[in-house]
Write a protein of this length. Structure first.
Length: 200
């Protein structure tokens, strides 16, 4: 059973325990999921209110993408746990193939937070679609969603960096890091711009 199917109490219990997973990577993915869920709430509250019918079409256009983002967030929680467990297994290997196995597992372990960064960027873009185009009573929830996506991005780049040393290809490691930095810069800069737009 994936961690995302457990209750919040079970999730927090496991997170606070001596277990290696869920850990920081799962928290990053869960932040992404919460941001997407908040955008879904904004959409549902808006389309349920006839007073904001002029916003319904735009909200419904965003709904499919928001639902897909929620699905991806759930999957990434488990993907991070699986990638970490595979990396730990590789470190326990012995023999001539150990370094190769570690490098291969590290690539997968880097790939998950990179996907979180990509999806957090997408979340910021979806939030932008709803600003001033949804029920104003839940506009603060869009701002919190943006904060969730920023948290997901900042947390994810930590996990990119921590797994890069396992790669046996320095050029590829540099490429991954540059991609992660660029994604996070967009998330933070656009997130700040959107917050300023909302408070003007």
């Amino acid at each position: 059973m994936g961690i995302y199917k457990k209750s919040i109490d079970e999730y927090v219990r496991d997170l606070s325990s001596s277990k290696a997973t869920p850990g920081g990577g799962a928290v990053a993915a869960f932040s992404l999921l919460q941001g997407a869920a908040l955008l879904s709430m904004v959409i549902e509250i808006t389309v349920a209110n006839a007073n904001y019918q002029h916003f319904h079409s735009g909200c419904l256009d965003a709904k499919t993408s928001v639902q897909a983002l929620m699905k991806e967030g759930r999957a990434l929680i488990k993907d991070d746990m699986d990638a970490f467990n595979a990396l730990m297994k590789a470190f326990k290997e012995k023999g001539s193939e150990r370094n190769t196995l570690i490098s291969e597992a590290s690539i997968k372990a880097v790939g998950v937070p990179l996907r979180i960064l990509e999806k957090a960027e997408e979340g910021i873009q979806l939030a932008n679609m709803l600003i001033n185009k949804s029920n104003p009573n839940v506009e603060s929830d869009i701002e919190v969603a943006i904060a969730c996506f920023e948290c997901a991005g900042r947390s994810a780049i930590v996990n990119v960096r921590v797994n890069l040393p396992g790669l046996n290809d320095g050029d590829k490691a540099d490429e991954y890091l540059e991609k992660a930095i660029n994604k996070l810069e967009y998330i933070e800069e656009e997130g700040m711009r959107l917050r300023e737009e909302m408070t003007d």
